[in-house]
Design a protein around this ligand. Structure first.
Ligand SMILES: *Cc1c(COP(=O)(O)O)cnc(C)c1O
Length: 457
């Protein structure tokens, strides 16, 4: 069956690993809209951002002209502990689907955090350490980002304070304990440890918490503690920049074997893995050197690209972060309890939002039962037990491959397999027991949170 000249897994050597990240904004003629200061309505300055984020990360956030940025040697060394990640030819899935399509996936789950998030966590911890900080604060939803950050902080001996969405804190005790094992302190959010947490609890005493609310608490904890800064695991342009290591490795591996993908697919929560995977391909597209079809996949329960509006919005519920122009459902949107915790954010990366608005990529939304059906099929033939988030990309890749079966087209499909699902077994149990349900918000529900968008300009 493995009958072609393409290995089952394409690994790069350490020497072949990328030494620079790629900043796709440098090749965008129309750039993403600037972040705005919510108090003044004017673009945020480096000084203002520097109160919240590390200096070097602020520079990366605001840099929209430098195409390649060197990856510091200490980060490259850490990358070598779990990278390069394999690019896998999904021969077994192709056979199971009886499709003429050639399917590849880039697997980012081969590290203890179980996802791609470590690629940015280590970079953010490095810059915090270099600045002489004592520690960092952050939020985590399902727990992958908090886990990645606690690993990165323990490597550089930094204090790590994680605000974990309350419902996840209670339902995912193992994630919490992994973080504590790496030395992080974990607080269920909303909490009484911050002013914004107290305010939210006074208004909604029974709340399960949300990512937007945990962000507000983490930002407050950072700005009110000497020697601390806040770090974020997705959405920001600096995070997409670090995640381009995924796409750059993929491109090097594919070029080595003369493979050109027709369709590139990734799940989209805040947009970091998708933005990272597509970056070098999108760069070629923007420069007119090649064309690719690019598809973002989101949950039907939290459909920011497919049903949101492109407008300035708050990045957090407490409205303390800068305003970002993005596809959004409104910062007050509370997605229904679905199982893809990493895809429950109300907004989207400003880079991906702008690319989508320019028609350079597509978006689809999928329902969770269909996602788990695809996840189960994938696990049974390819061996890897995928994260629910990643399985959104699997579902879309399977759909594209089945279309090729109908048309006989031998398309090459590439998708990002962002992580493993070992901490999501309650979700798998619900699916295996036939108790999983799909929830799609009505237009009226979406209108409610969208109506509360800040009025800008
Ligand atoms: C966090 C996460 C995602 C979604 O985040 P993005 O920033 O959109 O990439 C996807 N998959 C896994 C496994 C995650 O942990």
């Amino acid at each position: 069956m493995f009958n072609e000249n393409i290995p089952y897994k394409i690994y790069l050597s350490e020497d072949e690993m990328p030494k620079q990240w790629y900043n796709v904004r440098a090749d965008m003629k129309k750039k993403p809209a600037p972040l705005l200061n919510p108090a003044t309505g004017r673009p945020v300055t480096a000084d203002e951002l520097g109160a919240v984020f590390c200096g070097e990360l602020v520079k990366q956030e605001l840099d929209e002209t430098t195409p390649y940025i060197d990856i510091p040697g200490e980060i490259l060394d850490f990358y070598k502990m779990y990278r390069p990640s394999p690019l896998v030819r999904a021969y077994c899935l192709e056979k199971a689907l009886d499709t003429p399509a050639k399917i590849y996936y880039k697997f980012e789950g081969n590290n203890t955090s179980g996802s791609h998030k470590l690629n940015s966590a280590i970079a953010q911890a490095y810059y915090a350490k270099k600045q002489g900080l004592k520690g960092v604060t952050t939020e985590t939803g399902a727990g992958q980002w908090g886990t990645a950050l606690s690993m990165a902080c323990s490597y550089f001996d930094l204090d790590c304070r994680v605000y974990m969405v309350k419902v996840s804190y209670e339902q995912k005790p193992f994630r919490r304990e992994v973080m504590r094992t790496y030395g992080a302190s974990v607080t269920p959010s909303p909490s009484m440890t911050t002013e914004v947490g107290k305010k939210i609890l006074a208004e909604f005493p029974d709340t399960n918490g949300s990512l937007g609310c945990a962000i507000s608490e983490a930002v407050e904890a950072a700005t009110s503690s000497e020697g601390y800064r806040y770090v974020l695991g997705s959405v920001l342009s600096q995070v997409l920049l670090h995640q381009t290591v995924i796409g750059l490795e993929t491109k090097i591996a594919m070029d080595k074997y003369g493979i050109k993908p027709d369709t590139i697919i990734g799940c989209a929560g805040g947009g970091s893995n998708l933005g990272g995977l597509i970056a070098p391909f999108m760069g070629e597209k923007l420069r007119g050197e090649a064309d690719y079809r690019i598809i973002a996949v989101e949950p039907a329960s939290c459909p920011s690209l497919t049903r949101g509006v492109y407008a300035y919005d708050f990045c957090d519920t407490g409205k303390v972060c800068p305003l970002q122009k993005m596809y959004t459902l409104g910062s007050g949107f509370m997605p229904s309890a679905n199982h893809a915790g990493g895809l429950r954010y109300h907004g989207m990366s400003s880079i991906l939002s702008e690319l989508y608005d320019q028609g350079l990529m597509e978006a689809v939304s999928v329902e969770q039962t269909a996602v788990f059906e695809a996840a189960q099929k994938f696990a049974r033939v390819e061996g890897i037990l995928p994260a629910p988030e990643s399985s959104h990309a699997i579902k879309a890749a399977v759909d594209e491959a089945l279309k090729c079966r109908e048309t006989g087209e031998e398309k090459t499909i590439l998708f990002g397999l962002t992580g493993t699902g070992y901490f999501d077994m309650y979700a798998y149990a619900a699916y295996n027991d036939g108790k999983m349900s799909d929830y799609i918000p009505t237009d009226e529900e979406l209108q409610k949170s969208i109506a509360d968008l800040p009025k800008i300009g």
